[in-house]
Ligand binder design. Sequence first.
Ligand SMILES: [Zn+2]
Ligand SMILES: [Zn+2]
Length: 345
Amino acid sequence: MRPEDILVPTPSGVCCKLGGFHIDPTRPVERALITHAHSDHARAGHGAVLATQETLDLMRLRYGENFAGTTQAIAYGESVGLDGAKVTFHPAGHVLGSAQIAVEANGLRVVASGDYKIVPDPTCAPFELVPCDVFITEATFALPVFRHGDPGGEIAKLLHSVALFPERAHLVGAYSLGKAQRVIALLRRSGYSAPIYLHGAMEKITNYYVNRGIELGELRLVRGATKQNLASTITLCPPSALNDLWTRRFPDPLAAFASGWMRVRARARQQGVALPLVISDHADWDGLTATVAATGAGEIWVTHGQEDALVHWCVSRGLKAWPLDIVGYGDEDEPNDAETVGTEQ
Ligand SMILES: [Zn+2]
Ligand SMILES: [Zn+2]
């Protein structure tokens, strides 16, 4: 049996004919296995969805009760037989509920990473290394220039700025699912105990994290706060809100943005970000290459990002590797990503 007999790339995402399912399909399919709830991986309209409880709940929050025909929850470490294939979900360390999906048949194991990071994150289960024959890896930050460094240091920069400009309001652009909650949790770990303000678009998902036992301290909605109230505070908002009329309610707002792309200073400047914070929920170059090597896989399929450099790195180490050209995966770290802010009053 060849790996392609287990999983094969199709225009709608990787497909397991043996098991009759797609992983993170970009178009509606009969049976979908979903790695995590970011909107480019988790779409509405599939017949049946198998995912972790958190991913199913987050999809329901985003798309409503009828986002799929039927749903089935699977726990980390649990295996399910789907026709000729056995599938097991393992933590990916990316956001709450995120999973890598291992697909096995005839003693051959293929692991689809989804998005992942290997550094600790107080808001989700840690990445688990799964030895495999073929590893399908994301490549969002697959260039040697991307080294994310210590997120604690970035949080210290933010707190330093807040102390330096007590009359101003600090707005931190962060993706609503995962990044925002991680930034809040990191602030709490740094000893910041003042109330943290939220843009209305982050309310539901953040409440869900709290309901799942993630400690985020006292949270308040910007809606209802006066301009004076908001001096010397920190507010989390979707990146697109940073350039919105919405910011006028804050006293002398200072724009920060938490993203792996903030390593590229020109990009931060171009986006009018005064305080770039290099905090990413994706593995950086060192994380990607270390993980690829540690899986022991002889064959690497690279998707979703800067494929060429990582393919080249793999081939130079004697691994078989090629890019999967699947259209439709976005990048939640991008400020211009299709995240609807809504019209908050
Ligand atoms: Zn993601
Ligand atoms: Zn992704």
